[in-house]
Design a binder for this molecule. Structure first.
Ligand SMILES: *Cc1c(COP(=O)(O)O)cnc(C)c1O
Length: 391
């Protein structure tokens, strides 16, 4: 029998630190009020920014695609897995993003892994924000490239790293468009300017900006009016878009390269056709109206404003991602549990995902939350926040 005692020891350490978590098993689909352990709780931690996980047009598109194509795609994309829905999704994504081409992966994680690990070699250098997402870090790790980190959004340090990097073949600057733990936005205009000055490639991961920032949710490049100046845009179909999948929007030559070289693309089965069809429908939903995105930002401004008035520390949030900073891991998890007892799900996030004294519950406000939902949440947060001495 395998000896897993060392794993059990590590788990015990997590328990002692107050960082051990059971998975929450939900009895209903993603939405604002969800069933957990036989009762309804208000969901404040999903990535379902626009409430699209249950959009009727998208559900219909998925059901129709299952009727037409069946449930699985049957192979990797390079063999028999590229169905015409995949091709159409990529054409629509490229048109939506205003790029020459787009290539779809099974997730945003797979997109970062596949793109970064294939385009970066030991002749190149990647310069990465210290708070970039784990999938960026892992993609870089899978390559044999040279790596430099700059302090979060520190443009002076970024320029310094660029100056040190003159001798590499290709310099790639990588940044999240919206940072997932703090909800702040990357200074993309300044980053693009530096990249143009030093002849570097800009790579932005818009997982939390897809469907959230820019006209009709086109992302941070559009938000800042930088169309045509960002070389590689990663997006996800898993968060605001409401389904699952990831993509890169880029030039045709990069797409063709990735089709031949990106290992997460080459060696993993294509997205189910129903998912591709539902994502095409999502693009149409986004293009048809900005009402949902407007409601998302109105809800966010109201909610963050009220939290600040109460005296909560919401860090540097400037998007619908709103952290409430609590402190040590154990206290953070207790705060999250106390909110759950009051009918609110607010996931605690602690070390090592964030600094040890910066544990927080991370709230994500959505367009689907009603005024009553938000008032209910604020009322309960005030009560529990006082009990914990946070306000
Ligand atoms: C969530 C996230 C991803 C992963 O996207 P999935 O589609 O869920 O795999 C990648 N990058 C960033 C910045 C993210 O926040």
């Amino acid at each position: 029998m395998a000896n897993f005692e060392y794993l059990a020891e590590e788990l015990n350490q997590l328990k002692q630190d107050g960082r051990y978590r059971e998975l929450s098993v939900w009895g209903s689909g993603c939405g604002t009020w969800m069933e957990l352990g036989g009762r309804k709780v208000l969901q404040l931690s999903s990535n379902n920014y626009l409430g699209l996980t249950s959009h009727p047009d998208m559900k219909r598109a998925a059901i129709d695609a299952i009727d037409k194509y069946g449930v699985g795609s049957g192979s990797v994309r390079t063999i028999t897995g590229t169905l015409n829905v995949h091709d159409r999704l990529e054409r629509e994504l490229a048109a939506f993003k205003g790029t020459e081409a787009a290539l779809v992966f099974q997730s945003g994680y797979a997109a970062n892994l596949g793109v970064l690990s294939s385009i970066l070699t030991s002749d190149d250098v990647v310069i990465s924000d210290e708070l970039n997402h784990a999938s960026i870090i892992d993609g870089i790790r899978l390559s044999k490239t040279n790596r430099k980190i700059y302090a979060h959004k520190d443009l002076d340090q970024l320029e310094q790293r660029l100056k040190e990097s003159a001798n590499y073949r290709t310099r790639v600057i990588v940044t999240d468009g919206v940072f997932s733990m703090d909800g702040d936005i990357a200074p993309l205009p300044q980053i693009v300017e530096l990249c143009e000055k030093y002849d570097a490639i800009v790579y932005v991961d818009d997982a939390h900006a897809s469907g959230v920032l820019g006209k009709n949710g086109k992302g941070s490049t559009d938000h800042f009016g930088l169309n045509g100046r960002v070389h590689i845009q990663i997006g996800t179909l898993s968060k605001a878009v409401g389904a699952v999948g990831g993509y890169v929007a880029c030039e045709q030559v990069l797409k063709q390269f990735l089709v031949h070289k990106a290992r997460s693309f080459l060696f993993s089965t294509a997205l189910p056709p129903a998912v591709a069809a539902t994502c095409i429908s999502a693009i149409h939903v986004l293009q048809a109206s900005s009402d949902r995105i407007e409601r998302l930002w109105n809800n966010t401004a109201f909610f963050r404003g009220e939290l600040k008035k109460m005296g909560f520390d919401t860090g540097v949030s400037e998007t619908p991602i709103i952290p409430i900073i609590v402190g040590q891991p154990a206290k953070t998890m207790q705060f999250s549990d106390a909110l759950l007892a009051e009918g609110i799900f607010a996931q605690g996030i602690v070390y090592p995902t964030v600094a040890n004294d910066k544990g927080r519950v991370r709230l994500i406000i959505t367009a689907a939350h009603t005024d009553e939902d938000l008032k209910f949440a604020l009322d309960r947060l005030e009560k529990v926040g006082k009990a914990f001495g946070l306000i």
